[in-house]
Design a protein around this ligand. Structure first.
Ligand code: FAD
Length: 400
């Protein structure tokens, strides 16, 4: 490393994922200087395709800042999901129980890339292929040391605050001493095969299967790409799951009489550990964390992207108020106070849904059968407009 460049800004945003780039947009629109940095280049960020279901609250937030046009132009809406189980199936039209609220279906990769382009077009400062390596805090500021990978140069960013939007494996989370926060963590004793396939949609809505062999799901992405998940035992490896075995299991678990899954070509196949994780509070001195850096949630219920964008919205509004009127560090507590109840509500919903739809991995066959019957009993409650069904609809579509 030869040269060092020094930059100064108000907020250094680590990570150009959904949380970081939305935060950058809102700060920019409010005239607060910020620099977004990401360790990957644009193509690499785009390649990390993940979520696809955008809740209406998230949509409204993006729309408020003029960031939702491509979702409307290129995405589609979804107002129901389907549960399949050995005895039958249930199409659950959640918009009927949630004042007409719907999901917008648009791949995260596309949304994120659109947001980066819009940020650049609006004159936002962004340093891609710059890896944040060290955060140093003083009483009146923070310094982020980065490494510019393309030119082999060190970049030092001096800022008032750093926003850690760099995901679970990023620098921000590691820069908080354990004793400064409380960490809540949960792991599951089964995993998922997470698949992306070039295949037309199996339906116009998400399908979740509660099957004695284990959970399976189909999720809408677009007309050519479909997302599938399969519950697998904890110690299974990728080589245990050939494409033929995967399609055979998907067909079996997602079976419904008269319906056949459109088989396609699997282009992404990975094993996902299922984990829930929350850090409290969401601030350590001048470091504020948002999105996956602050909380991890399994993809069940499609909450992670939505929480990340909604965190960014509240964090941005809190920082704007701090600069325009409050000027007190203690004012920033507001961010955790507002966001944590929503984060926990999403965690609770996602964990309950996961538990309801998964086969128990207990070694006791009686326990496995009992768990399956409890799940079916819960599912049955969605067939009537019960309080449970209404709450489920509101939580699923993400009404806050
Ligand atoms: C298979 C899968 C399916 C999912 N499905 C859904 C779904 O259906 N619905 C849903 O809502 N959510 C889903 N999620 C979760 C969702 O994708 C995440 O919650 C979301 O990406 C979080 O956004 P983020 O901005 O917090 O973090 P990220 O998207 O992880 O972005 C973090 C950014 O920080 C950068 N970074 C990391 N370290 C550094 C560093 N040291 N210096 C600089 N930059 C750094 C990374 O390169 C990255 O671009 C899914 C996740 C997975 C893995």
């Amino acid at each position: 490393m030869n040269t060092t460049t020094a930059l100064t800004t108000s907020i250094c945003i680590l990570g150009a994922g959904p949380a970081g780039i939305v935060l950058g947009h809102i700060l920019l629109k409010n005239g607060i200087d910020c620099i977004v940095i990401d360790k990957y280049n644009r193509e690499e960020i785009y390649a990390r395709g993940r979520a696809g279901a955008i809740e209406s609250t998230t949509f409204q937030l993006l729309n408020k800042y003029g960031l939702a046009d491509t979702i409307l132009q290129k995405g589609r809406t979804q107002n129901s999901c389907e549960f399949r189980y050995p005895q039958g199936s249930l199409v659950f039209t959640y918009s009927d129980l949630s004042d007409g609220d719907v999901h917008y279906v648009y791949p995260q990769s596309n949304l994120n890339d659109d947001l980066i382009q819009k940020y650049i077009d609006a004159g936002g400062k962004i340093l891609l292929h710059h890896e944040g390596q060290k955060i140093t805090q003083t009483e009146d500021g923070v310094t982020v040391e980065c490494y510019a990978q393309d030119i082999g140069e060190k970049v030092i960013i001096h800022a008032d605050f750093v926003a850690g939007c760099d995901g679970y494996h990023g620098l921000a989370r590691q820069s908080i001493p354990d004793q400064a926060v409380t960490i809540y963590n949960k792991q599951y004793n089964y995993r998922w095969l997470a698949l992306l396939a070039y295949a037309p949609p199996a339906a116009n809505h998400a399908i979740y299967a509660l099957h004695p062999d284990g959970f399976a799901a189909f999720l809408l992405r677009n007309n050519h790409v479909s997302r599938y998940y399969l519950q697998i035992p904890l110690h299974d490896q990728l080589q245990d799951w050939s494409d033929d075995r995967i399609w055979e299991n998907l067909q079996k678990r997602l079976a419904k009489s008269g319906c056949k899954l459109p088989i396609g070509t699997i282009f992404e196949k990975r094993i996902m550990a299922l984990r829930n994780y929350v850090i409290e509070p969401l601030r350590y001195q001048r470091l504020l964390i948002a999105g996956d850096a602050a909380h991890i949630i399994t993809p069940m219920g499609g909450k992670g992207l939505n929480l990340a964008v909604q965190d960014a919205g509240v964090l941005a509004e809190t920082l704007v108020s701090y600069y325009l009127e409050k000027h007190e560090l203690s004012y920033l507590e507001r961010y955790s106070e507002i966001r944590l109840p929503y984060i926990w509500r999403a965690q609770e919903f996602s964990c309950s849904l996961l538990n309801m739809l998964h086969k128990s991995e207990s070694n006791d066959p009686d326990e496995v059968r009992f768990h399956q019957k409890l799940s079916e009993a819960k599912l049955l409650q969605l067939t009537q407009p019960t309080t449970f069904a209404k709450n489920f609809a509101r939580n699923y579509v993400g009404i806050i």
